[in-house]
Design a protein around this ligand. Structure first.
Ligand code: ATP
Length: 870
């Protein structure tokens, strides 16, 4: 059988669709059923049961199971039962958390899944790439990711990067030709393949295979693995957790040896050592990070920032430089034509008329040399071009009619490196190439000018006049396009080399107002210790005018042109970037150099981008931010965050979220470690003082389950505060375990241990060991619940509204209090939990001591805050 690339378009259409027409909705459904959805089957996903079973893989849980078996053999059935219950509840909680976190990340993935434009029922529509099916006609333009394999139907200078598939880094030019011989993949010029992307031009193709049947699918089938990526913080905490576990294990082993040496039964000593290990090792550390990160990303998605790489959430908190595009990110990307300059005169847009031949000619050029459409008020395409269509409408010039009358014969598409676009038409005056683009670029290629319908050589004075007019428009923040033409008799196809020796037609200036939230966002960005930088393809004067309005540019000398950095070495550039906040006429290569220079100075850089050429800079930046609306699929693919509203202010909100998420994780960890440390200190004290062991193993297990997980997660979900934006960005390589952090853990742990030991001593002095243990257990447990409130902030919060703002923490606190009170007050539970009923007075002592943690630790926080001088 002939391969698809050896068949004609019609043959393939008939073969796949039964006719030469595009697919109907029913056929789409039929095909999706027949060929499957267009997705690569990832390594088999874990089922909930598997996740549940995985909870038992934990080293500590294995020790606990061992302990349960040993205590069963020793006849302590209650302990066995308690341990089994505890580890089962633990496993259930762990499963719920993991599944929830996975679901939320999965949801996020869907939000940022790639899209494709297809022709169905005679209409172009945008669908998720996974819905593209065999027989679909897919429309392609520069920046699109190719969603499936297929045969080219139409092609206008289309170049495709197939490096992911063939390893060939140069883009391949595609052609609508018929191939007879057998050729390798790289030479199948009439085919496109899933996973590659369009770097230039336009075209369409007919899908011949989807999902695992595509060439990339066949490779994917060979390497079916899904690797789970961990964030730097998770890796950091895993390593810390491992080290800490070893230390605690050694400590517990020593304690076991001492107890046995002191004559305690080996079984009891073992159980105690195990329980202490479980209570002391913060095994929840890294899972808390996952949960908090996944909740954080959900909040960010709601606010317009979709996180594609989890690391970005942490990274956002350290961003110190934000490089942003101008058009659409800082401005609204709603262009309106304001003024025109034609035949050496300037006109307001509302006085333009088609009765004036020169004005009409300029507008015809605007309409023909653009791809945008306005259908029933709805705009499709680049706003710079839709502005031209609207301006034409205001002159009663119908774009579609004009385009039908003078069809496009050939074209050289716009790209932000060249900053020009050209099209070829048969006008009334003959075959003509029309070009529009940046004034400086076009003027350099122009040597004639049209005046009073006559063409003459352009004089220096003409050039100066045009430049002066351009400056005037730009100084008002207007975006300016220049228009020119060239006679091309007999030419069928145009290319970049033809873009010279033009006849100048005129200028059109348009307004793109700044977004109203940009100014505030820039202010907030600066206050939060970050440097906002505008990087734009637009004219320097236009960019500077807008940058000044929104507060990015303070002094005129802070603006420069991309060209200026061409002559600088990387070393010189490092010094140069310091004084610049606006880069104009920048090409995508400049973007990478600017990002690198800032990074080499030790900064964490966020960079926005939308085009194909922006992908390398997005990858180079620490946080690549792609535009969700105007961004190409390629840019999105290279980024770690996508803005659904293309708005600069959303980046600042995302930074705020990132900082808050990190802060909350830190508080949750501080809570866990200080509580654990409190427990260890209490045991250590009793050992040193040769007192009876203060806790039965079951107590520590109970505390571990109750006071470790729930309040810690609740702290991770603490409502966000604006205060984080009043600080400087956190250094990226700063360990979470700073000296200040460890001092706090030590002090808070000490206070908790002291309260617990006071209760213990009262119990010992007024009753027996069981009473002392009951009081110590209840006090440690309640203290840690109360300590949840201490851990909300490093600053005292006791007299602020913030104290009551976390309902999850309140829930965890109330639930914990009810449980611990139930355990010590319900006689039926006493044998199982090895406690005795407390009198009202004893219970009040327990509560009183536990609650005393609050004022003491709050005072400590106030003192530390004062000492730090903030
Ligand atoms: P930013 O990089 O902030 O998004 P930008 O949109 O102005 O800025 P480009 O799209 O690279 O950057 O445009 C650079 C220049 O190219 C513009 O100043 C304009 O003169 C010209 N230009 C923009 N769009 C078109 C177009 N569709 N056709 C021809 N020229 C264009």
């Amino acid at each position: 059988m002939k391969e698809f690339y050896q068949q004609s378009k019609e043959e393939i259409r008939k073969l796949l669709n039964g006719s030469i027409h595009p697919l109907s909705d029913e056929q789409v459904k039929e095909h999706q059923k027949k060929y499957g959805m267009n997705e690569l089957v990832e390594g088999t996903k874990k089922s909930t049961v598997q996740i549940f079973l995985e909870q038992y893989k934990d080293f500590l849980v294995i020790i606990l199971i061992l302990a349960a078996i040993i205590s069963g053999f020793l006849g302590d059935v209650e302990s066995t039962l308690v341990i089994v219950i505890v580890i089962t509840i633990n496993a259930i909680l762990g499963t719920v958390q993991t599944v929830k976190a996975e679901q939320s990340l999965e949801g996020l993935k869907k939000l940022s899944s790639p899209m494709a434009k297809v022709m169905r029922n005679g209409q172009i529509m945008e669908v998720a790439s996974r819905e593209v099916t065999v027989g679909d006609e897919v429309i392609l333009e520069a920046g699109d990711q190719i969603p499936a394999d297929g045969r080219i139907l139409e092609c206008a200078s289309m170049k495709v990067d197939e490096s992911a598939l063939t390893g060939e880094s140069l883009a391949v030019e595609k052609e609508d030709i018929l191939l007879d011989e057998t050729v390798p993949l790289g030479d199948q010029k009439n085919m496109v393949f899933s996973g590659s992307f369009v770097t230039y031009g336009r075209g369409s193709f007919l899908v011949t295979s989807v999902g695992m049947e595509t060439e990339v699918g066949k490779i994917a089938a060979m390497l079916k693995t899904t690797s789970e990526k961990r964030t730097p913080l998770q890796i950091n905490l895993d390593q810390f957790g491992q080290k800490l576990s070893i230390i605690i294990m050694v400590f517990c082993a020593a304690l076991f040896a001492i107890n046995v040496w002191q004559g305690k039964p080996a079984g009891d000593a073992f159980m105690f050592a195990v329980a202490l290990a479980v209570a002391a090792i913060p095994e929840a550390l890294s899972s808390i990070v996952t949960i908090v990160l996944s909740f954080g990303t959900r909040k960010m998605a709601k606010e317009g920032a979709i996180i594609r790489k989890l690391q970005a959430v942490e990274g956002l908190g350290s961003v110190s430089v934000i490089c942003s595009d101008k058009t659409g990110t800082l401005t609204q990307n709603k262009m309106t034509v304001e003024q025109c300059y034609v035949e050496k005169k300037c006109y307001d847009a509302d006085v333009l008329t088609k009765e004036n031949e020169a004005q009409k000619q300029l507008m015809i050029a605007g309409i023909l040399c653009s791809d945008a459409k306005v259908v029933e008020g709805q705009e499709f395409g680049d706003p710079t071009e839709t502005a031209l269509i609207h301006a034409g409408n205001r002159m009663s010039m119908d774009a579609e009619e004009i385009r039908e009358h003078f069809p496009r014969i050939s074209e050289v598409p716009f790209d932000s490196d060249r900053k020009l676009m050209s099209t070829l038409h048969d006008l009334e005056s003959g075959r003509t190439m029309l070009t529009k683009g940046a004034v400086d670029v076009l003027l350099d290629r122009t040597d004639m000018i049209q005046e009073n319908g006559k063409i003459r050589t352009m004089t220096n004075q003409d050039r100066k006049d045009i430049e002066r007019q351009n400056q005037e428009f730009s100084a008002n923040g207007l975006r300016v396009l220049a228009f020119a033409y060239k006679k091309m008799d007999g030419v069928k196809e145009i290319n970049v080399d033809d873009e010279k020796n033009y006849v100048f037609l005129g200028l059109i200036s348009m307004m793109d107002p700044p977004r109203k939230e940009s100014k505030m966002a820039v202010e907030e960005c600066i206050k939060a210790g970050m440097k906002p930088i505008m990087i734009t393809g637009d004219h320097k004067v236009t960019a500077a005018a807008i940058a000044k309005r929104i507060g990015i540019l303070k002094k005129p000398e802070e603006a420069c042109e991309g060209m200026e950095i061409d002559g600088l070495s990387d070393e010189e550039l490092k010094d140069f970037v310091e004084g610049i906040s606006v880069y104009a006429r920048v090409s995508p290569e400049h973007k990478i150099r600017i990002v690198r220079a800032w990074q080499e100075k030790g900064n964490i850089v966020a960079m926005t981008g939308d085009g194909v050429n922006d992908a390398p800079a997005l990858k180079q930046a620490d946080i690549g931010v792609a535009m969700g609306i105007t961004g190409t699929e390629v840019a999105k693919d290279a980024s770690s965050m996508v803005l659904t509203d293309d708005n600069f202010a959303t980046i600042i909100k995302a930074v705020e979220n990132g900082r808050n998420v990190y802060e909350n994780i830190k508080h949750a960890i501080q809570f866990l470690l200080s509580g654990n440390f409190g427990g260890i200190l209490a045991v250590l004290y009793a050992s040193i003082m040769a007192l009876p062991v203060p806790f039965a193993p079951v107590h520590l297990l109970f505390i571990n389950l109750l006071t470790d997980s729930l309040p810690a997660i609740a702290l991770g979900l603490e409502p966000h505060t604006k205060a984080v934006m009043e600080r400087k960005p956190r250094p990226m390589n700063e360990s979470i375990l700073t000296k200040d952090f460890l001092i706090r853990i030590g002090l808070e742990g000490f206070v908790i241990a002291a309260m617990t030991m006071i209760a213990y001593t009262i119990g010992l002095k007024t009753g027996n060991t069981i009473l002392a243990q009951t009081m110590a257990f209840a006090t440690l447990c309640t203290s840690r619940l109360v300590h949840g409130y201490n851990s909300k902030s490093n600053a005292p919060v006791i007299f602020t509204k913030r104290f009551f703002n976390n309902i999850y923490l309140a829930g965890a606190f109330i639930l914990g209090l009810v449980l611990i009170t139930g355990v010590v007050m319900i006689p039926n539970l006493h044998t199982m939990f090895k406690v005795q009923t407390l009198t009202f007075c004893q219970l009040m002592i327990v509560y009183g001591l536990a609650f005393l943690n609050l004022p003491i630790i709050q005072c400590l926080k106030a003192i530390m805050k004062k000492a730090a001088g903030n």
